[in-house]
Design a protein around this ligand. Structure first.
Ligand code: ZN
Length: 176
């Protein structure tokens, strides 16, 4: 039986409901019903455009990341779904900084709202380093459903890990 490690910060009563859905084998179909649509942002180029559009809409003053990519090494089991790094170096007497956003490759297969959620998370880090109040306010400003989506993403990860290893699909009931 899988534990609910992705959900450990949520109230016990809620976890009990999740446990019930999971044990009755209904979590996957519930998620598929709530999030039926996939996206076609498949390449790093398309991902860059997606991130750039969101940034321009909400964070006009923040610099555009120089690189955005899907990364196979980012994995929820290792505790990373995305990273955001800024490298500063002196170039021609000026301090230049480059930032890079990496998104776990599994988001390529997940429904659009989850991709939006993780992108909004990483974009917010352009302004706020820590996961403090200002950080989450920024997330919610860009994506009003942010907290619900984070919870549902954790549900999705929980569901996915409860599946047998030979089921490579991360879409419930193989709805590709
Ligand atoms: Zn973060």
């Amino acid at each position: 039986m899988s534990d609910l490690k992705y959900l450990s910060h949520y109230p016990p009563a809620l976890l009990l409901q999740v446990r019930t859905l999971l044990d009755e084998g209904r979590l996957g179909s519930w998620l598929r019903q709530k999030y039926p649509d996939r996206h076609d942002i498949a390449t790093d180029k398309a991902l860059y455009q997606f991130v750039a559009d969101l940034k321009q809409r909400y964070l006009k003053n923040a610099p555009l990341p120089s690189k955005v990519l899907y990364d196979n090494r980012q994995h929820p089991l290792k505790g990373t779904l995305g990273t955001n790094t800024t490298i500063s170096r002196v170039q021609g007497g000026k301090l230049k900084s480059k930032s890079e956003i990496r998104i776990a490759a599994l988001f390529r297969e997940l429904p659009l709202p989850f991709l939006e959620m993780i992108v909004v998370h990483e974009l917010s880090h352009l302004k706020e380093k820590d996961h403090g109040k200002a950080f989450y306010q920024l997330c919610v400003h860009m994506l009003p459903d942010y907290h619900q989506l984070e919870f549902d993403l954790r549900l999705w990860l929980t569901w996915r890990e409860s599946q047998p290893d030979d089921d490579a699909s991360i879409i419930p009931n193989g709805n590709k």
